[in-house]
Design a protein around this ligand. Sequence first.
Ligand code: MN
Length: 328
Amino acid sequence: MPIDWNQFTEIVNAHQSFVLTCHIRPDCDCLGSALGMAYVLETLGKEVRIVTGDPTPPNLSFIDPGDVIQVIGQDVRVDELLDGFDVLMVLDTSSWAQLGPMGDVVRGTKAMKIVLDHHRIGDDIGAIEFKDTTAEATGTLIARAAKHLGVSLTAEASKAVFAAIATDTGWFRFPSTTSETYQVAAALVDSGADPAGIYADLYERDTLGRVRLRGVILNRLTTELEGRLIHTYVLRGDFEETGAIPSDTEDAINYALAVAGTEAAVILIEQPTGGFKISFRSRCKMDSSQVAAQFGGGGHKAAAGAFVEGPFDQVQQDILDAVRKAMA
Ligand SMILES: [Mn+2]
């Protein structure tokens, strides 16, 4: 459903103070959208604060150079945030599970609640919903909101919104990317966003350890079933040997899927405290979530995860057997 921007504008005009929030494990779309919306509202003379359920991860701190994003339970307590403002705006999600500790504020506040989001799934959190599930990013909705509210973005706000859209579209390559995506991006470049600088901040700030661990992971790639299944692993000792940390394995499984002909990928990552974190990816009929469920995990058809304890050889055999069966 298209968003009723007149109604959105009326709500903004009729209120003075806003709290913006987004989902836990914040990504660039959620943080960039919050910063962009905060700029728009402040330009209109509103009082705004951004409070999230989780801290900004270190690799995304570039998006908030002024360090204005606050964390619930760290910078402000739930009971301190329940009143004293007019509108709670939830960005890039509308599901209780994704709100984390901010869910207590959403439940407890008497302020008006609105959602600005592009996700299909979500809960009724008692908010007026401004949802456009055809939008490629919440960042796109921020750019539209700025237009409807008559605010031109500064270079810094443009950078935040550009980063939001660029990351949610896989740097403008996912099928959700349309000609309008490029038009919005072009307008953001005109108002000061620097794509080369944003790309470098996002993708060219890895530690040497992270890149070395990637080498280890790539070296161990093994294919079977005529190349349809690809798998690899990380052992505890690899972290020490390369100087990497466990979060450096985050997107490792995606390199495996870069190999032509692969339909499913599996990575086993031994945790520093023992046990294996398993990630499954599927681009075939295999339902990753069903395979993960056999090991107490879960997720979606295309991507799922589980945690399994036991000796490496045994865990690897059990996991691969389940995947082979699901792909048969
Ligand atoms: Mn998003």
